[in-house]
Design a protein around this ligand. Structure first.
Ligand code: MLT
Ligand code: MN
Ligand code: ZN
Length: 295
């Protein structure tokens, strides 16, 4: 099973258009590598690929990735897209896939309903892009020979659907993780998760590879850095550090572990930061655009 990190950053990317934080400045100056928005590609044979989340940067992501280039006049190795939630950083790229090449779009019924409610997504012609609803816990074939299963992880509705009091630990079809099984190996992709539950820990016991939500180093990072008023918890993301953070809560998961979906404020982007050193010393890697992982 072969993975390609198409985009390692959270919504906004690195640098984010309107951000002058130290990381975004350094990315503009070429002192640290820039990163595009959240997406992971997977393949068993290197010929047919599935893309997990369609980021607004998908056009340049596919261009930057030779494995994704057309092999004939009108063609793409992209055979499937799977969505883990309805956030803009995970769905807006669908609009860049509207040029009449067939693929299958997999998501929960709730996420598909959200797309159906926005007529702009009708630009993906139904004749070419079949929308397949996946039930929580039910297996399906994402690519030939690649078994997948979506399961609920704690989260919230997309930002643009929020109203009133927002529950950030909903368990249902609005935020899912994905289990992938192929070539005798098991991988999990969970780019958004507001907390590590006992059920999730139990599920991850058979993982060979885990890609997990690394949005923020600490819960109040946006507030501390003066870039925003929200905590990570409010945005539906568990932090990397702290007693309830991903490193501590996922310590028992005996797999290769990689943080994905990193916000531009995250200190782990800096190669020499103590935070990054801590992540690496804890047995995790940090995704970067173009990173390849083969199981
Ligand atoms: C998130 O992961 O918190 C979202 O991408 C936020 C957004 O849609 O901007
Ligand atoms: Mn996001
Ligand atoms: Zn920034």
């Amino acid at each position: 099973m072969r993975f390609l990190v198409l985009g390692a950053a959270a919504g906004g990317g690195l640098p984010q258009w309107n951000c002058g934080c130290a990381n975004c400045r350094d990315a503009r100056l070429g002192r640290i590598a820039p990163a595009t928005q959240s997406s992971l590609a997977v393949s068993l044979d290197g010929q047919s690929w599935a893309v997990l989340n369609a980021s607004p940067d998908i056009r340049i992501q596919l261009q930057n990735c030779p494995a994704m280039h057309p092999q004939s006049l009108r063609h793409s190795p992209l055979r499937a897209v799977l969505l883990t939630n309805g956030d803009i950083d995970h769905i807006a790229g669908l609009l860049s896939l509207r040029e009449q090449t067939a693929f299958t779009l997999f998501a929960t019924a709730e996420i598909l309903d959200l797309l159906a409610a926005s007529r702009v997504f009708d630009a993906l012609s139904a004749a070419k892009v079949a929308r397949r609803a996946v039930a929580l816990g039910a297996g399906f074939e994402l690519l030939p020979g690649l078994q997948a299963q979506a399961f609920a992880v704690p989260g919230k509705v997309p930002l643009f659907m929020e109203s009133g009091t927002v529950q950030t630990d909903l368990s249902g079809e609005q935020t899912v993780g994905v289990r992938l099984r192929g070539c005798g190996k098991t991988a999990y992709y969970i780019p958004g998760c507001s907390g590590v539950t006992p059920e999730l820990l139990e599920m991850l016991q058979d993982a060979n590879q885990l890609f997990f939500d690394g949005t923020l180093w600490q819960d109040d990072e946006m507030i501390r850095s003066g870039t925003g008023a929200k905590t990570g918890q409010r945005m539906g993301h568990v932090p990397i550090s702290g007693p309830e953070g991903a490193i501590a809560r996922l310590q028992a998961v005996d797999a290769a572990k990689t943080f994905v979906h990193l916000n531009n404020t995250n200190p782990v982007w800096q190669p020499d930061s103590p935070e990054r050193a801590h992540v690496l010393a804890s047995g995790w890697s940090v995704a970067a655009d173009g990173m390849e992982i083969t199981l």
